[in-house]
Design a binder for this molecule. Sequence first.
Ligand code: ZN
Length: 469
Amino acid sequence: MINFGFAIFDKSVNSVGEAAVYMAKDGDKTIIIIIGKNSAGFKAVDIGDGKFRAELTHENAVVLRKHFPWTAPVRGLHKFMSFGLGDRLGIAALGHIDLFKNKDVFPVFAQQSVRELKFTGRTYDDVLDAVTFAVFREGYKKGYGADGDHLKTKEDVELALSYGFTMITLDCSNHIKKNVTAQNAPALPQKYIDKYLSEEFDIEGIPLVFSKEELAICVEIFEGAISFAEEIYNFINDSKHEADLEISLDETELSTTPLQHYFVARELLDAGIIFSTIAPRFCGEFQRGLDYSGDKAQFEKELNVHAAIARSLGYKLSFHSGSDKFSIFPIIGKVTRGNFHIKTSGTNWLEAMRLAALKEPALYREIHSYALSVFNEAKKIYQVKADTAKIPDISALKDEEVSKLFNNNDVRQLIHVTYGHILNYKNSSGSFVFKDRLFNLWLKYENDYRSALVKHIGKHLELLDSSKK
Ligand code: ZN
């Protein structure tokens, strides 16, 4: 039977050759309609009346990217400000597009770590396809990036590149040595002595002076990470792919001192490695989904030097776990002069769960109890400080109070780190306990989720905007 009742997404109307291609809604489902000849090669069914109907499959995402290049990711880290938006669910891009279409900021709509893929049961294809469909549907043509986030091995880098990702965030943490002191660091090779101890470095008027001890520590901690970065850089260079490279040093216990940052950057540059960003481990705590905790004056003081180093050597600083760091956003904006990359991820998930708590408190109550029961397990993977003893008893809350739990830091962290458990939880007959109900809810309240993200991520952008100070 032919259904002519599809509601068209106006902004998606395009053409390929003689055919019109657009997205439409068939009940709850978003589909692609081709009118005329299906010469573009969509995998589609002839529904008569000169129309073909195509589903939102990976094959059809590939066709879209081929014929409508703006639906494919591009490199954009050279832009002054860039912003990473991890969307674990594949539903946040619409809200992100609403926000970024009017901003002079390069968005990395597709950003996912291998760890997140594992917990959500998604692939790099899924992540990219979700963005391609959203971008096509909204007619967003300003370009976006795709970040293979926190990749630790050559194999993972190869995988992300093969899927067309345009940014590689190389996590060097496995190659960064721990517990290094001046006492246990080996003797300094002469080449480092000649290079770093014979002069004082002037970075925008800030003197950087290495002592022999500090230099020995730098070498011992970072030498392995530098060789690893070199190996991966050469690998990317030799491949047929192109991607922006980020050097990530952030997953360490100790913060990266400005001297260490300078040492790493100089060694990378002198080895001929081209990269767009470095993510140092900044001082203080960047807890996931929570505001910054630490000495803000110290953070600003160190950031001043980090930013000057990055500027004078020609790359940007990158800030990880950037979600909700409202109290330091004005400092980041000001000190970097608005030239930086920042990554957010879990906050999109938290906003989705806040919406669930608001619209279906009964469902959220079930999820909340389940999350508490698996929290200790989840904590083994994600280091968080949440104290579940401080979480209010949800059974004592009225329905309209339930979503307010998302203003409580311990609840935020509880839900933040248990996403994999919540999404994957199955009953004895093998069906998902929460996943399908959640996705139905998010579909039903799609517009609410969009506006929640515009507001929440928009607040990030506003505070980061250095031009306003
Ligand atoms: Zn990181």
